[in-house]
Design a protein around this ligand. Structure first.
Ligand SMILES: NC(=O)c1ccc[n+]([C@@H]2O[C@H](COP(=O)([O-])OP(=O)(O)OC[C@H]3O[C@@H](n4cnc5c(N)ncnc54)[C@H](OP(=O)(O)O)[C@@H]3O)[C@@H](O)[C@H]2O)c1
Length: 274
């Protein structure tokens, strides 16, 4: 984060993780721009944070699933006074894809993928000119958890993972910070707003939004690229990375694996994961 306490933009600031980011950043002295659809929630937070922390708090009511709402935020994020963007707004759409309409599935893609991509691009275009700025993308541990109850959601978070990790490589060596935050289960309105109970995961698996954000900000301040607050041992992440590198090495043989060679009896290949 900029030492000058430049403007921090937080999407999805009207509840949960985003609202806690807003509070913690205001407490650190950042002027804020809060983005979400619910004007009443944003106005309440604006009043509270400016009163308690004496910082300028502006709001932008926008639906990031709509092209016009996204364009408004994109334009604002591209301005040269933005020091930090927290791409936090996200929707779950939990449930079987067969029980949802294609339009419902596409709305998750618009919010979790298109908006994150366009806003990251807008912020980085501006950061590049100044060689300064920080981008925080809120992913999820479900990036590694394909599941029958969250096909598009987990796929969208896998996108956020690869997208953000790739941006980190692209911007390596420049004084621009890019952090991927991967929450596990967090007690917010995320589940209740989808008509699900908080007991989707075991009770003891949940962190509060405050715990998550405090850890994520500590990770950002420490220059961490990937922050998984509920993972006690970083070797867990490192072993995933090691497996990924080994996988890439292993597929460079330039040969078709023997299990795909048809035998005279026409035996069928054994598929990976079968
Ligand atoms: N809670 C968890 O267990 C968990 C775990 C892993 C990752 N995450 C991720 O954490 C992020 C925040 O989620 P949360 O747990 O804090 O849930 P939340 O309390 O439901 O907050 C979601 C936020 O996104 C905003 N939002 C939703 N649709 C929007 C749209 N179309 N346009 C603009 N803003 C929109 C909501 O505001 P309005 O409704 O006012 O627009 C709200 O402020 C999401 O990206 C989520 O995927 C959460």
């Amino acid at each position: 984060m900029g030492k000058d306490k430049g403007l921090a933009v937080v999407t999805g600031a009207s509840s949960g993780i985003g609202a806690v980011y807003a509070e913690r950043l205001a407490a650190r002295g950042h002027p804020l721009l809060l983005v979400a659809r619910r004007p009443d929630r944003l106005a309440r937070l604006q009043e509270e944070l400016s009163r308690e922390h004496g910082v300028s708090v502006k709001t932008l009511v926008a639906d990031l699933e709509s092209p016009s709402g996204l364009a408004d935020v994109e334009k604002r994020v591209a301005a040269d006074d933005v020091a930090l963007l927290v791409n936090n707004a996200g929707a779950g759409g939990l449930g079987k894809s067969a029980e949802m309409t294609a339009d419902q599935l596409e709305r998750i893609i618009k919010l979790n993928i298109t908006a994150v991509t366009r806003l990251s691009h807008a912020a980085l275009t501006s950061f590049r000119k100044r060689d300064a700025g920080a981008l925080v993308n809120i992913g999820s541990v479900v990036a590694h958890l394909p599941s029958a109850g969250s096909a598009v959601y987990s796929a969208s978070k896998a996108y956020v993972l690869n997208f953000t990790r790739s941006l980190q490589m692209e911007y390596a060596g420049r004084p621009i910070r890019i952090q991927l935050v991967m929450p596990g289960p967090i007690r917010t309105e995320f589940f209740s707003s989808q008509g699900l109970s908080d007991s989707v995961f075991p009770t003891e698996a949940y962190l509060t939004a405050e715990q998550l954000v405090d850890a994520a900000l500590a990770g950002l301040e420490a220059g961490e690229e990937v922050t998984v607050p509920s993972m006690p041992d970083v070797r867990t992440w490192n072993s995933l990375e090691t497996a990924r590198v080994a996988f890439m090495k292993a597929i460079m043989s330039g040969e078709v694996a023997s299990r795909y060679h048809l035998t005279p009896q026409g035996s069928r290949p054994v598929r990976p994961g079968a």
